[in-house]
Design a protein around this ligand. Sequence first.
Ligand SMILES: [Zn+2]
Length: 317
Amino acid sequence: MKIFFKILMKIVCIFLLTTQALCNNIYKEEFEYLKNCDPYKKLFSEDLNPTLRDIQSEVLNFKNLTSSQKSMYTMLLDFGSILVTPENMPQLHRVIDAMSKDAEIVTPAVFITIPKWSFGAMVTNFFTNPGIIVVGQKLLLETTDAELEAVVAHEIGHMKYNHVYKKTALYAGLCGLCGVSGLLLGYLNIKFFANLTEYHPALLITLGVAEGAVILAPAISYLAPWLINKKMEDAANEFADKILNKGDGLKSFFETQQNRDFKEDSDFYQTYALIKKSKDMLSPSDYTDLLTRYKKAEFLHKTKRTESDLNPHTICS
Ligand SMILES: [Zn+2]
């Protein structure tokens, strides 16, 4: 009886997976069915121990990964994720494969996170061949097929332009700048300040420049990646639009993203109003505690919001 039931479930799952093409939101439904079929079903159980979830997802994913992908997976994805394959999400895999061919890159490994928390995506091909794209489950569930394709196309753009290597080189250069300016300042202080009673103008200028570099280095370290990041995000968007023809999906994705931001703003207003309205029902210490926690959350939200307002076309989390 048990075997019969298992076979029946298998047939139902195969039938559901092969009839996705008839539905709207194909990828979302493909994923929803995957979540309810063996061997993936257990991974989405809330009762499963997180370490066991991680181990089980590695067992399922590793057979399809290269050794460099496995190393990167272990570093980045220890919360559990599902690798998109021709068997478990055939429609999405087919589109990813086609876009990769158009972009003239080797088809990357695309993962959907098991936790729902991320409405974003990320990419790496840093010493990883082929590269890896990670899509937050929340993003997959809250976007249309065209928007999801545009997000993956954007990440393929980053891969095509080797943005991860360029960004790493920039960070390394900036760290070097901070280190060298610090060392220079220390050297000049030891060499000249200790024994001099009169300062030569050239020495003062040199010290001024070195100190300026030390002061400016953190500001440059912050601003340069931000500026370069904006440039890379724009380039990846352009690639998705012009080369992979996902301009409509991109436009729609940014509208969805903006609506989410407005919704979050409104949740903040509503929570603040609730605390204020409930002041008389709360003890003074509870009221102060809740208001303080709200203000901290609001500060973090506003910082994030300012960043997204300054660079509204960012996809990568
Ligand atoms: Zn990006």
